[in-house]
Design a protein around this ligand. Structure first.
Ligand SMILES: Cc1cc2nc3c(=O)[nH]c(=O)nc-3n(C[C@H](O)[C@H](O)[C@H](O)COP(=O)(O)OP(=O)(O)OC[C@H]3O[C@@H](n4cnc5c(N)ncnc54)[C@H](O)[C@@H]3O)c2cc1C
Length: 388
């Protein structure tokens, strides 16, 4: 236990979460990976256990706990080996719900945040478009004001929970001529007329439903605008700090899971009369992998600590995702090699881990974009400020 960040209560929470996942989730994972559909009952069970409310206000049914409960939640979700299941849970709890909590007014929070915490409503966050995801300000979806409504037109793609969620948090241009100053955030129900979704097939994250979503003259009441009109871009950028740290934490956790599994395997598998964990070539690889994973983990914890104190850690969270996802890909690739042919078999966890991990350097800002942000901050001394 890392006592610098985790208390006895944190450890008890980790233990109970592990027990819960083993009993309630693990028996269903292979089925959900095959069908690409996570059954509804488990969302409700997560809600009943309070897992969706860890860091949300008590007023709306949350537990208002420190960020290290979220760290534990994320880490343990990575250790049941379904990046897709984990993504469905954290995209709901931290992508969609973060916007609802931060930008939603009291009515919106009562309508969406409370049932999100109880697991009765599932959310998704729709930013990326078919024409491009990296250039967020270049999005083409529009929301034209008409009386006391907005009319949405456009499309989104690669949206996690994009098919089975109940509500959508959508970024759209309310003033297309104003560049990134003309973007706003809306919340709308799945069954709103003119919203349609198509499920996408993909390399990994197979348990989660990833959707392409079309908005065809979707009429949204003006009170479904979240926060201030025109402030969508800074809201999105601000929440990227949390999202990127989440993806960094996920990465160190899945690398640790891969290493623990590989070490166990290596202690049992023999070649040339000894267990393969006695071969120096492999031992040194393991030593390197553990070192890199632990360095990422420690860094991520320190960023979580600062974020929890309210610091705006945009640079550090960007570095966390950039480095941890690179490390995880390398470690998992290497661990698959430790298993030889079994690493390639679906009956062993490394094949799925490798597929799932590959999204790390792509989703939520590609590594190239992250390097651009870091370069702007360290070379050009650009100072990103939180939205006010
Ligand atoms: C499984 C999955 C789940 C996802 N979930 C969500 C979700 O829930 N919500 C959501 O909104 N989005 C989601 N995404 C979208 C994801 O965030 C985007 O795919 C990502 O931001 C990249 O956008 P793009 O795919 O359009 O790539 P593009 O922007 O087209 O980029 C293509 C390539 O060009 C590179 N590139 C672009 N600009 C530059 C530059 N300036 N300098 C150097 N290289 C550059 C990129 O790094 C990349 O390698 C998801 C994606 C996937 C695959």
């Amino acid at each position: 236990m890392n006592t610098m960040y985790f208390t006895e209560e944190h450890q008890l929470f980790r233990q109970s979460l592990q027990d819960f996942l083993k009993k309630e989730v693990v028996p269903h994972i292979d089925k959900w990976e095959k069908t690409g559909t996570i059954e509804r009952f488990i969302w409700k069970k997560f809600g009943d256990m309070g897992f969706f409310g860890l860091n949300y206000p008590e007023q709306y049914g949350g537990l208002n706990l420190d960020l290290f409960y979220t760290v534990i939640f994320l880490e343990e979700l990575q250790k049941i080996n379904s990046g897709g299941f984990a993504a469905a849970m954290w995209a709901h709890a931290y992508l969609a719900m973060t916007h609802v909590n931060k930008e939603g007014n009291h009515e919106i929070k009562e309508k969406y945040l409370t049932p999100s915490i109880t697991g009765d409503k599932i959310g998704c966050l729709c930013i990326t478009e078919p024409f491009g995801g990296s250039d967020v300000a270049g999005m083409r979806t529009t929301a034209e004001k008409k009386g006391d409504t907005y009319v949405l037109n456009g499309s989104k793609t690669f949206i996690t929970n994009g098919i089975y969620s109940d509500y959508l948090v959508v970024a759209a241009k309310t003033n297309p001529d104003a560049g990134h100053h003309g973007m706003s955030i809306f919340i709308l129900d799945r069954d709103t007329k003119g919203v349609s979704a198509t499920k996408l097939d993909k390399l990994g994250w197979r348990a989660s439903d990833t959707g392409e979503i079309a908005f065809d003259n979707v009429v949204v009441p003006a009170n479904q605008l979240m926060g201030e009109e025109g402030k969508g871009f800074p809201y999105i950028m601000q929440h990227f700090a949390l999202e990127r740290l989440i993806m960094g934490i996920n990465a160190h956790a899945r690398a640790e899971f891969a290493l623990e599994y590989a070490l166990q395997y290596m202690s049992e598998r023999t070649a040339f009369g000894k267990t393969i964990d006695k071969f120096q070539a492999l031992r040194h690889k393991v030593a390197d992998f553990y070192t890199e994973m632990e360095i990422c983990k420690e860094f991520n914890y320190s960023v979580a600590y600062r974020l929890n104190k309210g610091e705006y850690v945009v640079k550090e969270a960007t570095m966390s995702k950039l480095q941890s996802t690179k490390m995880a890909d390398e470690v998992i690739y290497g661990c698959l090699q430790f298993l030889g042919g079994y690493g390639y078999m679906e009956d062993y966890p490394l094949a799925r881990l490798l597929r799932d991990s590959r999204l790390g350097p792509i989703g939520g800002g590609t590594s190239e974009i992250l390097r651009e942000i870091i370069a702007k901050m360290v070379i050009d001394k650009k100072d990103y400020k939180p939205a006010t």
